[in-house]
Design a protein around this ligand. Structure first.
Ligand code: NAD
Length: 340
């Protein structure tokens, strides 16, 4: 709470801060939850570059202060903290909440489903209800396309395809979509749901949905042999984090009341991914194989058709180029002792 108190003790400074230093018109006051995390920090950087005024809310449970943009105000707060969230929204008068904070580790959701539901469902309801009370203009909710459908019947997966999550994380992330629908109906809360695929890029950590890239890269650099589960032909939709930030920038003005896949429409196998990494890391070895993990989805990638129509979005950075940039970042952060 200390940093929050500090924020409120300088209430007028917040307003001053909101005077956009770059003098852009159309600048918005945006609260980003999870802005110290992998994806939220890139979205923060993008919003600041576009001239918006950003406050980051994060409790740093998996986030890292080193990801924080120095031009964003940081509030160390838990999204489940009723009083804290109420106070922040009352003071902040935000135009937009962009909600990235989450328990995002699938395995942890299975080990501790109560914690997963507390953060992902109750924490989100806390924010949504406060957004209604304080007249927030738009709520951008980050959901997952990879974990809500289970094993899809057809590919690429469209937004209206059956929802049959096969993990607690998929259930908790999807549940919030229903609350948003209801709060729009009851209280006219404007929202957009962005369903992410496997997001990858600089600052990613090994626990997320595209964690395999960080894990393989770390292992190869440490001279260890990476493990591929199953035959490596599992397909996933890998989208570079800067493209995901672009989708958030577009969602500020578009996509009202919609659920949109931030998908590339293409599947990449673990074997292909490993092949690209071998090339970028100049690694001549092979991976070892282990039995497929129970409950792992075999093939999933998301249609980007609606994102093109509704947001005017499509990915610009391909998997190979994105991997090259990610490896470059890992190399740099290892040299500077920042690799975690
Ligand atoms: P991340 O762990 O790097 O970011 C999550 C952030 O939320 C962290 O900074 C963490 O400290 C913060 N946080 C967690 N619990 C909190 C709480 N109770 N109160 C305040 N802050 C809290 O993960 P990420 O990969 O950047 O994921 C960001 C969002 O994107 C999540 O909502 C996740 O479900 C979603 N998503 C991610 C992927 C992916 O491939 N990484 C795919 C689909 C959806």
């Amino acid at each position: 709470m200390a940093e929050l108190c500090c924020l409120f003790s300088v209430g007028s400074a917040i307003r001053t801060y909101y005077n956009n230093p770059e003098g852009h018109s159309n600048n918005l006051r945006i609260l980003i939850t999870g802005g110290a995390g992998f994806i939220g920090s890139h979205v923060t950087d993008r919003f600041i570059r576009d001239g918006h005024e950003v406050v980051v809310l994060d409790n740093l449970v998996t986030g890292d202060k080193r990801n924080l943009n120095p031009r964003a105000r940081f509030v160390n707060l838990d999204i489940r903290d009723r009083k804290g969230v109420e106070q922040l929204l009352a003071e902040g008068r935000f135009d937009v909440i962009d909600h990235h904070a989450a328990q995002m580790d699938v395995r942890k959701s299975t080990e501790d489903p109560l914690y997963d539901a507390e953060v992902n469902i109750l924490g989100s309801i806390n924010l949504i209800a406060a957004a209604v009370r304080h007249g927030v203009g738009k709520f951008i909710y980050v959901s997952t396309g990879g974990a809500v459908h289970g094993e899809p019947k057809r590919l690429p997966v469209e937004e209206g395809d059956p929802v049959n999550p096969e993990c607690q994380y998929g259930i908790s992330k999807h549940t919030v979509e229903h609350y948003l629908y209801l709060y729009r109906l009851l209280y006219k809360l404007n929202y957009v749901v962005l369903r992410y695929p496997n997001v990858f890029g600089p600052r990613q950590n090994p626990h997320g949905e595209a964690g395999v890239i960080a894990i393989f890269t770390g292992k190869i650099m440490d001279g260890e042999t990476p493990t591929i589960f199953g035959d490596g032909e599992q397909l996933r939709d890998y989208v570079f984090v800067e493209d995901v930030a672009e989708a958030n920038a577009l969602a500020l003005k578009r996509g009202d009341g919609e659920i949109v896949n931030v998908g590339s429409g293409k599947g990449t196998s673990v074997n292909e991914l490993f092949g690209h990494l071998k090339k970028h890391l100049r690694f001549g070895g092979e991976a070892k194989h282990a039995p497929l993990r129970p409950g792992e989805i075999q093939r999933i990638y998301l249609s980007g058709r609606k994102a093109r129509q509704v947001l005017g979005w499509e990915p610009r950075v391909g998997v190979e180029e994105g991997l090259r940039r990610t490896v470059e970042w890992v190399e740099q952060s290892r040299c500077s002792g920042q690799w975690r």
